[in-house]
Ligand binder design. Structure first.
Ligand code: SF4
Ligand code: F3S
Length: 368
């Protein structure tokens, strides 16, 4: 018997055709489909209709099987995604993907859970998507992180071997994150250091933005392939711009108006947080455009500098409240003062470096 398509699952669970089309539109948005919608009113069609493309795929494909592993992590990315709202994890689980194994969310436990993972890996060999949250530990054969008596290293290698694609979600999986911070006592590594023979995509952040993870899963479901990435394996749709590029405090930065402390008049007036350590100019992520909590806000909007949580060496790259222009071993207070004096000039240098990085990503994108 052939498996039901996503559309058939939806219809069987009482979803109307109208709601199905709404879900397709939402998924197309989450995937960040880069082509323009048809401009019928002007008598011109600029490209394929994104929602139509998604609908076509969901009407012909069965649900995407998915395994979600947690290695050395705090489960923050799972926490965040279980609150994702468009499309919600619930919608994705019930309608578009089949999460066959997720240590934190699944009802099964112990031997039953392990048996379920094994059966699933066998049944969907070469077809499932493996999402990894947390970093594998490699020291002492991975003994510092074990699940059901096996090292996370073994579990990752085995699960990746049968996967069609691997999604490393969160800074820990993408770059090593806090487990890899000096002195890295467990030998934590990025997932892509271990999995080298399967397509791997990184969704860094601490936590990863839920809609970016679900958007990437949706892309694989619909297109059958991972989206285009930058040189750090991050999807360009979501990591093609810095926080600084779209920051709502940017006009203050351009005008050279900065907050000097968290409670001065500049802070109260919503001025740029660069001198308080903001890493927005060198941090690629979608926070400033997608935002968090149903589009409510993001750290900089809420009054806190960007910490650079989607970049490599997030924890070892310098003090959170240290100006980017300051040497990393200076006390934070002195650093803020130095950054205050040198802020604008160094900001220009950063902007230039930033521009070069962006041009490189764009060049790589064109080359593909
Ligand atoms: Fe926004 Fe930070 Fe850039 Fe200032 S430095 S404009 S607060 S991203
Ligand atoms: Fe992280 Fe900066 Fe966004 S700290 S959550 S990348 S604003």
């Amino acid at each position: 018997m052939t498996e039901k398509t996503v559309y058939e699952h939806l219809r069987a669970s009482g979803v109307s055709r109208r709601d199905f089309m709404k879900l397709c539109g939402t998924l197309a948005g989450m995937m960040g489909l880069e082509f323009a919608p048809p401009v019928k009113a002007l008598g011109a069609v600029a490209g394929p209709d994104p929602a139509g493309l998604v609908a076509e795929a969901l009407m012909s494909k069965s649900r995407l099987p998915l395994i979600w592993l947690e290695l050395q992590d705090c489960a923050g990315c799972t926490e965040a995604i279980s609150r994702s709202q468009s499309p919600s994890l619930v919608n994705l689980v019930l309608n578009s993907i089949a999460v066959e194994y997720h240590e934190t969310l699944m009802a099964a436990a112990g031997f039953q859970a392990e048996a379920s993972m094994r059966a699933m890996m066998e049944k969907y060999r070469g077809q499932y998507v493996l999402v990894v949250e947390g970093s594998p530990s490699v020291d002492a054969d991975g003994i510092y992180c074990t699940v059901a008596g096996r090292s996370s290293l073994d579990i990752l290698r085995e699960a990746a071997a049968g996967a069609a694609a691997v999604i490393a979600t969160g800074n820990c999986a993408a770059f090593g994150g806090i487990p890899k911070a000096k002195p890295n006592p467990t030998g934590a590594r990025a997932v892509s250091d271990i999995v080298t023979d399967r397509p791997v995509i990184n969704i860094p952040g601490c936590p990863a933005i839920p809609e970016v993870t679900t958007g990437t899963i949706a892309h694989f479901l619909v297109m059958g392939a991972l989206p285009r990435t930058d040189s750090l394996k991050r999807p360009l749709t979501f990591y093609g711009h810095t926080i600084h590029d779209h920051c709502l405090r940017r006009p203050f930065y351009d005008a050279g108006k900065f907050a000097g402390s968290f409670d001065d008049d500049g802070a109260r007036a919503g001025r740029c947080l660069y001198k308080l350590g903001c890493k927005g100019p060198t941090t690629y992520n979608a926070c400033a455009s997608l935002k968090w909590e149903k589009g409510l806000s993001y750290p900089v909007q809420s009054g806190h500098p960007c910490l650079g949580c989607s970049e490599p060496s997030f924890w070892d790259g310098g003090g959170f409240y240290q100006g980017q222009s300051a040497p990393v071993d200076r006390p934070a207070a002195a650093a803020a003062g130095i950054a205050a004096g040198a802020g604008i000039a160094l900001g220009a240098a950063l902007a230039a470096a930033n521009g070069a990085k962006k041009r490189k990503a764009e060049k790589a994108e064109k080359a593909e």
